[in-house]
Design a protein around this ligand. Structure first.
Ligand SMILES: O=C(O)C(=O)C[C@]1(C(=O)O)C=C[C@@H](O)C=C1
Length: 294
């Protein structure tokens, strides 16, 4: 049966690339949605089998929209993640390909892509107005359909190629270690493509501390520490029930079925914490963009 996989589109986003990478061995139909809530809702409501969204970027940190929707609006487990290198390209409409960069009055892109290229923009096009879009590929689409607009877009090479735009420059991000973490969610377990090497197995937890309990967070962290379970991420997000009320989101590098993790979870519950397992899943790391070009 053909699986449907929702992703943050349109075609040519970094999320699209990450989705193709994760599911390239599958007989699947990739369906673009314009916003992160639309993607997550599609799988929550059963319109789509699986979904892929960004969850953390190297420059901007956590993608709060993704985390808040996973916590507050949908109830679908994380089943995999890929840490993927982001190569930003400067795109231009062919009609303006030979113009000097100081002629351009606008740049379209996703806020994270702009942040990743801020120094470059200040250097080559400081006069341009920044117009934020829902995705990098949406910016490329706007450029394609408005040839009269003296504008640039920042996004994937593929977004430029598929829209007949000119790739003016590649790798324009300010820092070369520019990775984004994408997660796949779904109600069914998936065998990711065989050549993918799972470098780690992670478990993501949402922990609510008991109120008025001195040192509660310290004790939660100690349950992992003395079992030597490595934590790759910890952050707090508002419970939305009142000022100062927070959940902790903790990523631990072990399967939730491992005896040590089961022990840690039991101990955290015994402390009076509420624990929700957001997912226990393989984590893949792609170091070189070359491995995608197949
Ligand atoms: O706009 C895209 O191409 C996306 O896939 C979104 C997104 C993000 O949310 O950070 C993904 C990776 C890059 O960091 C820039 C943008």
């Amino acid at each position: 049966m053909v699986e449907t996989i929702a992703y943050l589109g349109p075609q040519g986003t970094f999320t699209h690339e990450a989705t193709q990478l994760l599911f390239s061995n599958k007989n699947s139909e990739l369906v673009p949605y314009p916003t992160i809530p639309d993607v997550l809702t599609a799988v929550d409501q059963g319109v789509s089998d699986l979904a892929v969204v960004p969850v953390e970027t190297a420059v901007g940190g956590s993608v709060n929209l993704t985390i808040d929707w996973l916590i507050h609006h949908v109830d679908v487990p994380i089943i995999g993640e890929v840490i993927y290198p982001i190569s930003q390209c400067l795109l231009v409409h062919p009609q303006h390909a030979n113009r000097p960069l100081q002629d351009f009055v606008r740049i379209y892109s996703h806020p994270q892509a702009i942040a990743q290229c801020q120094e470059k923009i200040d250097e080559i096009c400081p006069q341009a107005e920044i117009i934020y879009t829902e995705s990098t590929a949406q910016g490329a689409t706007i450029l394609q359909s408005n040839p009269e607009d003296l504008a640039l877009a920042i996004g994937t090479k593929r977004a430029g190629e598929t829209r007949n735009l000119v790739i003016k420059e590649e790798d324009i991000q300010d820092h070369q270690n520019n990775f984004t973490r994408f997660i796949a969610i779904g109600h069914k377990w998936v065998d990711f493509q065989e050549e993918q090497k799972s470098v780690k197995h992670k478990t993501s937890l949402q922990v609510t501390l008991p109120s008025d309990y001195p040192g509660a967070l310290f004790q939660v962290l100690a349950t992992f520490s003395w079992r030597k379970i490595n934590l790759s991420h910890i952050e707090s997000r508002p419970t939305k029930t009142g000022l100062g009320n927070y959940f902790f989101i903790i990523d631990a590098e072990l399967s939730h079925e491992h005896v040590l993790m089961r022990g840690a979870l039991a101990e955290i519950k015994a402390l009076g914490c509420n624990v929700r397992v957001l997912g226990s899943y393989p984590s893949f790391q792609v170091n070189e963009l070359q491995s995608l070009k197949k």
